[in-house]
Design a binder for this molecule. Structure first.
Ligand SMILES: *[C@@H]1O[C@H](CO)[C@@H](O)[C@H](O)[C@H]1NC(C)=O
Ligand SMILES: *[C@@H]1O[C@H](CO)[C@@H](O)[C@H](O)[C@H]1NC(C)=O
Ligand SMILES: *[C@@H]1O[C@H](CO)[C@@H](O)[C@H](O)[C@H]1NC(C)=O
Ligand SMILES: *[C@@H]1O[C@H](CO)[C@@H](O)[C@H](O)[C@H]1NC(C)=O
Length: 427
């Protein structure tokens, strides 16, 4: 496999990757970080599934190909080009970042890294170069014109919210100040472009199904319970949407079996069964695909699904010192086969199997691999801290670095460039 980075091998990049010297490890740092992440994100860094062999080929070609022409398509990706397989190159033409952090008032303070003191900006200047073709450049005018009189909605967790905000930032410049607004109603955030009669929305549903983590402000993070067969609880808010973008992943990674509720949350005696993470996730995928088949029109609407967003919680994954994480990382991982150590391969298999059976053409945004090279792109410590930091934390930034979420502008703009490519130039 080729390197995901183009350095000496590519004329379009002059960057040389220099590995930073690292400090000696602190064990307590690692433990503190695992504890922090387990609490905040439920990420299971202890999952020992190991690395499975990567499978070749993408499944979406299959689901998408059943259809002669998908809605919104204006062309095709060149035959045989998998836009998700490629490498990061330094953007010498300076089109990236596609907007400035200070120009986009919609970025939540958890993602404004520059405002919160991030010293470097290189993480904003990479572009994704597929091996087999070029990505079309993101055309905000075309995107907005396409959304005229329509609704686009992102449904999922905080990572999908990041992609949603990125999309709003990519488009809002075209709309005059008094002709746009963003409002939040419980789980739903709506950006309105008045002159276009268009909305771009985000709906918080970290499991897609009903769960005890559905409060959009105070997320329940421990002892998660998901209710079987409950997709309509949230799905009724997605009806009538023209372009839907789903994600769900991080919240399933509890490191234990998932608790699945059979009855209702109101039942006095709750009937709960435990399923493995994979089987619980499979159940959610089946519910989602069934909902899509019943509620979306394949001749008029499109459905996207964004794959698992990788975290960079332990440096030893990429050959670093134990006890460190994404904190201070400013370079990319230069190993094309790199895949982070959490349970993602088995979840990817579940997605492959279930989407492979789908009768509705789902456009799959396979961003996991390309994002896994980007240990430099996380918010790390450069974000709004909701609770005051303790002296111990201040003395040891690794202990509170967020290695799950991504700075904006940054990596998630590329996810939207890929969405743009798949919307207008599907296979
Ligand atoms: C997504 O991409 C990765 C890496 O290229 C690949 O291993 C995986 O099979 C792909 N997933 C699907 C469902 O196509
Ligand atoms: C962007 O899309 C608009 C609307 O389709 C089109 O008129 C314009 O030429 C496109 N711009 C570029 C740079 O391709
Ligand atoms: C505005 O868009 C909605 C769909 O989001 C549509 O139902 C409505 O008819 C549109 N209104 C106008 C005035 O075009
Ligand atoms: C992070 O980088 C700063 C500045 O280069 C350095 O002083 C510090 O020791 C580094 N910390 C870690 C944990 O690598």
């Amino acid at each position: 496999m080729k390197s995901p980075l183009s350095s000496s091998s590519s004329s379009s990049s002059s960057s040389v990757l220099i590995r930073k010297a690292r400090l000696s490890p602190y064990l307590f740092t690692l433990l503190a970080f695992i504890f922090f992440v387990a609490i905040l994100y439920g990420e299971d860094f202890m999952c020992l599934l190991g690395r499975l062999d990567p499978k070749s080929g993408t499944l979406l070609t299959r689901t998408e190909k059943k259809w002669e022409k998908l809605p919104f398509a204006i062309g095709k990706t060149p035959e045989g080009c998998d836009v998700f397989s490629g490498r990061w190159v330094k953007d010498e033409s300076s089109t990236h970042p596609l907007y400035e952090e200070s120009e986009c008032p919609y970025i939540q303070p958890q993602l404004t890294c520059q405002e919160h003191g991030r010293p470097d900006k290189e993480y904003q200047k990479w572009r994704w170069q597929p091996h087999g073709c070029n990505l079309p450049s993101f055309n905000a005018t075309l995107m907005l014109e396409t959304l005229r009189g329509k609704r686009m909605m992102f449904v999922g967790d905080s990572l999908n919210r990041g992609q949603y905000v990125s999309m709003v930032c990519l488009l809002h410049r075209l709309i005059p100040e008094d002709a746009k607004s963003m409002e939040t109603f419980d789980s739903l955030t709506v950006f309105t472009a008045k002159a276009y009669n268009a909305t771009i929305e985000f709906y918080w549903a970290p499991f897609l199904l009903e769960s005890n983590s559905d409060n959009a402000v105070i997320h329940r993070i421990s002892d998660r319970i998901v209710r079987k067969g409950s997709i309509n609880k949230h799905g009724r808010h997605w009806k009538g949407v023209d372009i839907l973008v789903f994600n769900t992943y991080l919240w399933w990674m509890t490191g234990q079996n998932m608790k699945i509720l059979q009855g209702s949350f109101k039942d006095e005696v709750k009937d709960i069964v435990e399923l493995s993470t994979e089987n619980a996730y499979r159940m959610a995928m089946r519910s989602m695909l069934r909902w899509v088949r019943k509620n979306m029109n394949p001749r008029k609407t499109r459905v996207f699904f964004t794959s698992m967003s990788p975290s960079h919680g332990q440096s030893i994954d990429w050959g670093g010192q134990p006890g460190l994480n994404c904190y201070n990382e400013t370079t990319l991982i230069d190993d094309a086969t790199y895949w982070s150590s959490d349970c993602q391969k088995s979840i990817m298999e579940v997605i492959r199997e279930e989407f492979g059976k789908s009768k509705f053409p789902i456009s799959f945004l396979n961003i996991t691999q390309l994002s896994s090279y980007r240990k430099d792109a996380h918010t790390s410590i450069y974000k709004k801290q909701w609770n005051p930091l303790t002296p111990e934390q201040i003395a040891n930034p690794v202990s509170y670095a967020d290695c799950a979420h991504w700075c904006l502008p940054g990596l998630q703009d590329t996810w939207n460039e890929l969405l743009f490519a798949k919307l207008f130039y599907p296979q």
